[in-house]
Ligand binder design. Structure first.
Ligand code: AR6
Length: 199
């Protein structure tokens, strides 16, 4: 086991270690709208919908905390087709405005019962969020459990996919956090991290 308890109460795992970088994964319970690490190089991930103009769940909480400037910035993201600013599995970045985090990376996870390949779409959401982070010099990123609310993705499958994708693509980031609101989701994430990051 490579986990330890950080000062914040987060459980910490090593993702990878090369000569110059050490990526750390932290899993914690909490409200993602309150998360921040660094004034200029941190981002929270918003589990949005394809229109990117707000909604319920974490998306609604993030828009409320960021203020109306976030909706305006999202509105200005070009549509790729009518009503679609961010297709499922892709990611877009905006400032964080009134949030403590400096940036928001908006991604759209799959609707589990409707998507023809929900695993590929969810993997795309994590992978593209990390890619957008790297392209924008983000060093610290916090994910919620994308698709595990309204979109109905089973927690166990989602956790396996989230952790393995982050493990594969976290290079160049200093820390990847999962900030999970519900005890049930947090417990599943922790047990999958112990399984997958145990070497
Ligand atoms: N901090 C951390 N996690 C949260 C928070 C929070 N403040 N609020 C909710 N969660 P969901 P989805 C958890 O439904 O399934 C929206 O209407 C929640 O308990 O927010 O990807 C969008 O506009 C769950 O574990 O996102 C889309 O239409 C996880 O975040 C749709 O919902 C994701 O739940 C996206 O659905």
């Amino acid at each position: 086991m490579v986990s330890r308890v950080a000062a914040t109460g987060a459980i910490e795992f090593k993702l990878c270690q090369t000569a110059n970088t050490a990526s750390i994964l932290k899993i914690q319970k909490g409200d993602i709208t309150r998360w921040f690490v660094d004034a200029s190089s941190d981002a929270i991930v918003n589990p949005a919908n394809e229109r990117m103009l707000g909604g319920g769940g974490a998306d609604g909480a993030i828009h409320r905390a960021a203020g109306p400037e976030l909706r305006e910035a999202c509105y200005n993201v070009p549509e790729v087709r009518p009503g679609v600013r961010c297709p499922t599995g892709e990611a877009r970045i905006t400032p964080g405005f009134r949030l403590p985090a400096s940036h928001v990376i908006h991604t759209v996870g799959p609707i589990y019962d409707i998507d023809s390949n929900p695993a590929a779409s969810l993997r795309g959401s994590y992978r593209n969020s990390l890619r957008v982070a790297k392209d924008n010099n983000i060093k610290y990123i916090a994910f919620p459990a994308i698709s595990c609310g309204v979109y109905g993705y089973p927690y166990g499958e989602a956790a396996t996919l989230a952790i393995s994708t982050v493990k594969e693509y976290a290079d160049a980031l200093s820390e990847v956090h999962f900030v999970l609101l519900e005890d049930s989701v947090y417990n599943v994430w922790l047990s999958k991290a112990n399984e997958l990051l145990q070497t």
